[in-house]
Design a protein around this ligand. Structure first.
Ligand SMILES: CC(C)(COP(=O)(O)OP(=O)(O)OC[C@H]1O[C@@H](n2cnc3c(N)ncnc32)[C@H](O)[C@@H]1OP(=O)(O)O)[C@@H](O)C(=O)NCCC(=O)NCCS
Length: 135
């Protein structure tokens, strides 16, 4: 629904830090993600209000003998934090990934290590990245 796209955009903009949020790129990505079987986009709604979202993926690996789940983005509205919404979103993604045969769910985080630890995640690797010149 168009309203869902606007709600996800509003939430996703809050997560953007390294890159400034670009509405036209969001629209392209949103449409592509809805048609992508390997993508999972969740929007948490309470009483008609969008309170959080999660974007995750299933992809194939050699190291895990098959698919794994990867959480790319998760955000809960500041006024709705500490109320269990993040846990609900992660639990739903875990079930989505498990149904698709994923051996594990993983993610990288800078700001929310305590959240993932509370959900039973264990620290496993350090995260490196390199920004590429835009095309
Ligand atoms: C991280 C975030 C998604 C958590 O969502 P939330 O709805 O507040 O989390 P919940 O209320 O479901 O918390 C679940 C558990 O994690 C714990 N927790 C949540 N945030 C935490 C934090 N920053 N540090 C330590 N523990 C935390 C809660 O205490 C709770 O534990 P409990 O169930 O044992 O009491 C939310 O704080 C957020 O949107 N942060 C900004 C964006 C962000 O950092 N996203 C992650 C990018 S990788």
């Amino acid at each position: 629904m168009a309203g869902d796209a606007a709600a996800v955009a509003e939430l996703a903009e809050q997560l953007a830090q390294s890159f400034s949020f670009a509405p036209e790129r969001f629209r392209e990505s949103y449409a592509a993600l809805l048609g992508d079987d390997g993508a999972c986009l969740l929007l948490a709604v309470d009483g008609g209000e969008a309170v959080g979202y999660l974007l995750g993926f299933r992809h194939l690996t050699f190291y895990a003998n098959g698919p794994v789940g990867w959480v790319e983005e998760v955000l809960v509205q500041p006024s709705r934090r500490a109320g269990g919404v993040g846990r609900l979103l992660m639990g739903e993604f875990e079930r989505w990934a498990a149904r698709r045969g994923c051996a594990l769910v993983a993610l990288a985080t800078r700001r929310a290590a305590g959240f993932y630890a509370a959900l039973g995640y264990e620290e496993s690797a350090r995260y490196f990245r390199k920004l590429l010149p835009s095309g």
